[in-house]
Design a protein around this ligand. Structure first.
Ligand SMILES: [Ca+2]
Ligand SMILES: [Ca+2]
Ligand SMILES: [Ca+2]
Ligand SMILES: [Ca+2]
Length: 544
């Protein structure tokens, strides 16, 4: 008896040591798989996204720093449960831990989606809060305090079922242009079938202190919006992902913005071919490094990678999901006969090897029998040949939840991207990227600043040059599913100790190439076009 017990103890010790120390390398590709440790139990994140039919979609999180310590803080939509703001208390490189810091006015019910944006360019992040009912724009006051600004900024919050948001700064404008995506019109006759509300486009008022009356945009039950400069014209266009569940005659949409005229939709005559999916989320990245952004669209079963093939002339796309190994149409685990339901998607480099990776949130709408119930999230790691492979199981991402929104940010400022997963009816997944020092690549985190307006440089492109390869990132607000992150821009550098960086500002002006050292935080201001390195404090300030 005693001997058996001892053998058991020895065996356990060996297994634990192996799991913690040995770097996980995919045998076939040689790609390093990060370990994603779930810190949920000690994170203090106890919020849940709950509700009936009208909360089956949504479930977002906004990740941004509200107390100026560089550690991203989190505002969670709660659906029928009240929304919560959590202040990041993590130590640098330590476990992910938070304290509830929700002021009374943010403790709102009916919140579906939430996005950070500095609307009034005062350097303090504001919040767009989308609801089943009136949307609210909160002006940031500093120290994680906010005040309602709908009236001050002439923003009509409406009374729709709002699910999607994106924003851009049009040429020469001091104020942003906002797009609000709406879902089913639940008051219309015959609802929900075919009764989709219009979307809205809010452009700056001539008075320069808020918004003009919005333009209504015909839509087909929108679940994601993204302003992105598909043709590198210097003006971002609005991509719209619509859910065919409630309007089978709908389609994906693209709207052009030009100064001083009403926005119009690209048509098939412009080269924009009809695509009709259960559009849930948009992720963008220049996947084939040709200078034009490509788009991953989540759906039910038929996820698409829309490779931008129009060379900037026509909005033409080719579906490359199958070829690249990112269809992710079925669960990688159980229930593999049934199709997946995909929501938030985001490109990021999780193992810092310079090859872009893709996270996809998955989860049944509720109990739809034709779709997988056990539908785990995906971590698709990029390979050197441009294809991807599924690494979620080996990375330790086994949890089966109905995931909706997500944030992919470095929450403990150790240079490794972490994941927050918003789950229907359950507490969030809090995945800390625990990489092995032996194999993890170098990284850099950049804060790209304009000094006058559009402080977070929405519409700018970051180019990072290592050896013969350029990585590009367009700075955007929007996309994903109901969730937004704004702050530092993370790049993996692989083995490189130096990287050349330049910024293409929203007006097309290019900065000089600047050389950066690896494993640093740096700010680039438009005015001086130079890298300023800084170091975050070890410990987030305690909230009292
Ligand atoms: Ca913070
Ligand atoms: Ca602000
Ligand atoms: Ca990678
Ligand atoms: Ca991290």
């Amino acid at each position: 008896m005693r001997i058996l017990l001892m053998i058991g103890t020895v065996f356990l010790t060996v297994v634990t040591a192996t799991a913690e120390n040995a770097p996980l390398i995919d045998e076939q590709s040689g790609i390093y798989i990060p370990s994603m440790i779930n810190d949920q139990a000690t994170s203090n994140l106890r919020t849940r996204y709950t509700g009936d039919w009208d909360y089956f979609v949504g479930g977002g999180v906004a990740a941004f720093d509200c107390n100026d310590d560089h550690y991203p803080d989190l505002y969670f939509a709660g659906g029928q449960t009240k929304a919560q703001l959590y202040i990041n208390q993590s130590k640098r490189g330590g476990a992910l831990t938070f304290a509830n810091g929700t002021a009374q006015n943010l403790n709102l019910d009916k919140v579906v989606a939430t996005y950070p944006i500095d609307i009034n360019s005062d350097g303090i992040m504001d919040l767009m809060v989308l609801r089943l009912g009136q949307n609210i724009l909160f002006k940031g006051l500093g120290e994680c305090q906010f005040e309602r600004a709908n009236e001050q900024w002439n923003f009509n919050g409406g009374d729709e079922w709002s699910t999607a948001f994106s924003a851009t700064w049009e040429a020469d404008e001091n104020w942003p242009t906002l797009a609000i995506g709406n879902y089913v019109d639940r008051k219309a006759e015959g609802t929900p079938w075919g009764t989709c509300s219009d979307n809205q486009l809010f452009r700056p008022a001539d008075s320069d202190d808020g918004f003009a009356e919005p333009q209504n945009l015909k839509a087909y039950c929108t679940l994601s919006l993204l302003f992105s400069d598909w043709n590198r014209s210097g003006n971002q266009s609005l991509r719209v992902s619509n859910d065919r569940q409630y309007n089978k005659n709908g389609r994906e949409q693209l709207w052009r913005l030009a100064p001083d005229v009403a926005t119009t939709e690209y048509t098939k005559d412009d080269g924009f071919k009809k695509l009709n999916i259960w559009g849930m989320g948009i992720a963008s990245h220049d996947v084939n490094a040709d200078g034009y952004p490509d788009y991953f669209l989540t759906s039910m079963g038929d996820n698409k990678l829309r490779l931008n093939t129009g060379a900037g002339e026509k909005p033409k796309y080719k579906n490359m999901a199958f070829k690249l190994g990112i269809t992710a149409h079925k669960p990688w685990s159980e229930d593999s006969a049934l199709l997946s339901t995909a929501w938030h998607a985001q490109f990021a480099d999780f193992n810092n090897d310079t090859l872009i990776d893709l996270f996809i949130a998955k989860g049944n709408v509720d109990q739809m029998p034709d779709f997988a119930q056990h539908d785990p999230n995906n971590l698709l790691l990029g390979k050197r040949d441009g294809t991807f492979f599924e690494a979620a199981e080996k990375a330790g991402m086994h949890a089966i939840n109905l995931t909706r929104g997500a944030a992919i940010v470095d929450l403990n400022l150790d240079g490794l991207l972490d994941i927050i997963e918003v789950n229907r009816n359950e507490v969030p997944g809090v995945l800390r990227n625990l990489a092995s020092d032996q194999v993890i690549g170098n990284w850099i985190a950049l804060d790209i600043r304009r000094l006058d307006y559009n402080k977070n440089s929405i519409g700018a492109w970051i180019e990072l040059h290592i050896n013969d390869k350029i990585q590009r990132k367009e700075i955007t607000i929007g996309g994903g599913h109901a969730s937004g992150s704004l702050g530092l821009h993370h790049f993996g550098l692989g083995e490189a100790k130096l990287a050349d960086i330049r910024i293409i500002w929203p007006n097309g002006q290019k900065s000089n190439w600047m050389t950066a050292k690896a494993n640093q935080f740096a700010t680039i201001n438009k005015q001086d076009s130079a890298l300023t390195f800084w170091s975050p404090s070890n410990n987030a300030e305690m909230m009292h």
